[in-house]
Design a protein around this ligand. Structure first.
Ligand SMILES: *Cc1c(COP(=O)(O)O)cnc(C)c1O
Length: 367
């Protein structure tokens, strides 16, 4: 960065940079595909676009408490509207949680926020911006959360634990029994966030259901988004669900008007059309299963994939794999020397990806 006499807060200087998934590069003679950001490859439902066009009054601020969207969600999820707080994406909702419950104590020492690593790469940035300290607990075999180690990492400085299920970028879900066991060990004054960004894609019957746990545990907050299954990533709307003892503080920490009016209308219409969303999700889940089966036929170990993406533990070869894929018109997402995440895309993109893997000379390691 350029020299300047203005310096950012020390915490900012220590933050990792968010590396967004790259758009695909053009390759002569073939269509390129973006499989690097876990986006929904399907275009928006026409009715959703129409509902946005029908509400052109964007010279006005949106409903400040997103009341119509919260009412629709309350109905859809069977929870009180009071328990829902919307945000600019679920990342916006997560930032409310971090701002409300973590930062530094009166002596200036940072609070601790525990999460698995590798997990969603926005976590370290958001935690650092809140002024808190990240405690990253390495994933265990199968690229799963090590809940025992995460419970053991709790100290009297811990304010928040984030559980990501399915875990981005590795894919496995957490199971109900293990999360209940974990919650029994965590002090009641520690907030436990269950990030369910990909919950609609989950097919594992034993997968934890965040909403059931929020009803039982006053320290649990569930995070959901319209960005992935609903295909509204560009609009930025997500939400959290927790009991009023917590939502009272989240509302104080919320950026006013974060979910735009267009985003709110599109989200409400999407809930109305949920059966169509389910059809689309099912087609992506079938594609996920086809991709996973194809990779396993090559003898490649693939961790349980419950989101709209697969994880390949390519270690040192991650950037080579990504570069070679780019040559075939496929943008995938390497994470340092750890592995590569590949989103499930259009049928043609997934087929091209499998074909590319057949020709790739190395294989990933088990996770
Ligand atoms: C994509 C994603 C989100 C959500 O992002 P928004 O677009 O801000 O809703 C949240 N958590 C995880 C783990 C994700 O992968």
């Amino acid at each position: 960065m350029s020299e300047s006499s203005v310096h950012p807060r020390a915490a900012l200087g220590r933050l990792p940079r968010y590396a967004a998934g790259k758009p695909p590069v053009a390759v002569a003679g073939m269509e390129s595909f973006k499989l690097s950001s876990n986006e929904n490859p399907l275009p928006p439902l026409p009715e959703v676009l129409e509902s946005m066009a029908k509400h052109p009054e964007i010279n006005r601020y949106p409903d400040p408490t997103a009341a119509p969207l919260r009412a629709a969600l309350a109905d859809f999820l069977d929870v009180p509207a009071e328990d829902i707080v919307t945000g600019g994406g679920s990342l916006g909702a997560l930032n409310q949680i971090l701002a409300a419950f973590s930062g530094a104590n009166d002596g200036g020492e940072p609070d601790e926020v525990i999460y698995a690593w590798r997990s969603f790469e926005a976590y370290p940035i958001s935690v650092g911006l809140a002024g808190a300290r990240s405690i990253q607990v390495p994933l265990t075999s199968g690229a799963r959360h090590d809940l025992e180690a995460m419970a053991a990492a709790v100290t009297d400085r811990t304010k928040i634990v984030i559980l990501c299920t399915p875990n981005n970028p590795t894919g496995p879900v957490l199971h109900t029994a293990e999360v209940e066991e974990f919650l029994a060990k965590v002090p009641e004054d520690v907030v436990v966030v269950i990030d369910e960004a990909y919950v609609e894609f989950v097919t594992d019957a034993d997968a934890v259901k965040g909403l059931e746990l929020y009803r039982k545990y006053p320290n649990v907050i569930v995070l959901r988004t319209f960005s992935k299954a609903y295909g509204l990533a560009g609009l930025r709307v997500g939400y959290s669900v927790s009991q009023p003892e917590l939502t009272q503080y989240l509302r104080v920490a919320a950026v006013p008007f974060a979910a735009s009016s267009l985003a709110q209308h599109a989200a409400i219409k999407s809930l109305e059309l949920y059966p169509k969303i389910v059809e689309r999700v099912q087609s992506l889940v079938r594609e996920r299963e086809r991709v996973v089966a194809g990779l396993r036929e090559l003898g490649w170990p693939v961790p349980d994939a419950q989101g709209n993406f697969v994880w390949l533990n390519f270690g040192q070869d991650s950037s080579d794999f990504a570069a070679q894929a780019e040559g075939q018109g496929l943008s995938v997402r390497p994470f340092g020397n750890e592995g590569v995440r590949v989103s499930i895309g259009e049928v043609e993109a997934n087929s091209r990806f499998l074909q590319f893997c057949q020709g790739y000379t190395k294989a990933p390691a088990a996770s």
